[in-house]
Design a protein around this ligand. Structure first.
Ligand SMILES: Nc1ncnc2c1ncn2[C@@H]1O[C@H](COP(=O)(O)OP(=O)(O)O)[C@@H](O)[C@H]1O
Ligand SMILES: [Mg+2]
Length: 182
């Protein structure tokens, strides 16, 4: 068993499945909102909420997204099997992207930006912060999948742009596989 600390969840990785536990950090949340002060209250409150309930929202939206995307995109998401009120999620284990793929963030970033521009995807929906990190992807049944997809914007993105997102993953998978051969 391995323990991974994500931004909003602590994940226990077993041989066949993972357990994702929401991180609830009230002290950090209060410290953050105080550090932003009254001038930046709206930014401060969203950071406050992220530390407090980001993990719960992440777990709930992963389950909801996975259940509601029946056909096109489901195979591009790591399967979420069970959610206990957002506190705990059980999901299938996917394999990490091997280092031999040798893909740096600049390449991933440029793929993301050209994709958003070409398909005119609203920036608000495309959570670049998550999509740009290789640790948020894995392989499941030999297909590239996203393993961190729990937020309301991504839910909207997947529902509004399923075909475009299907292409996004296909092209990214191609890029990754080509780089492995080098
Ligand atoms: N289904 C999974 N299979 C294998 N490892 C996983 C899986 N889900 C998460 N992980 C590991 O746990 C880390 C944190 O999970 P993630 O879903 O990204 O949480 P957070 O939203 O907190 O960033 C990931 O970067 C990955 O290393
Ligand atoms: Mg993550």
């Amino acid at each position: 068993m391995k323990k991974e600390i994500g931004e909003t969840r602590i994940v226990f990785v077993f041989d066949r499945f993972v357990v994702k536990i929401a991180r609830i950090r009230p002290v950090k949340a209060v410290k953050k909102i105080l550090s932003f002060g009254t001038e930046y209250l709206s930014v401060g409150s969203s950071v406050f909420l992220e530390y407090l309930i980001g993990g719960l929202i992440g777990n709930i939206f992963e389950q909801v997204s996975y259940l509601s995307l029946h056909k096109i995109l489901r195979s591009r998401l790591s399967p979420t099997c069970f959610c206990f009120f957002g506190f705990i999620n059980i999901a299938k284990k996917v394999s990490e992207i091997p280092r031999s793929y040798n893909l740096d963030q600049a390449i991933l970033r440029s793929h993301i930006y050209s994709f958003i521009k070409y398909y005119k995807i609203p920036g608000k929906l495309f959570d670049t912060h998550t999509f740009v990190k290789l640790e948020n992807y894995g392989f499941y049944k030999n297909k590239l999948v996203l393993l961190d997809y729990g937020n309301p914007w991504m839910y909207e993105l997947f529902h509004k742009f399923p075909n475009e997102m299907k292409l996004f993953f296909q092209v990214l998978e191609e890029i990754l596989k080509k780089r492995r051969k080098r």
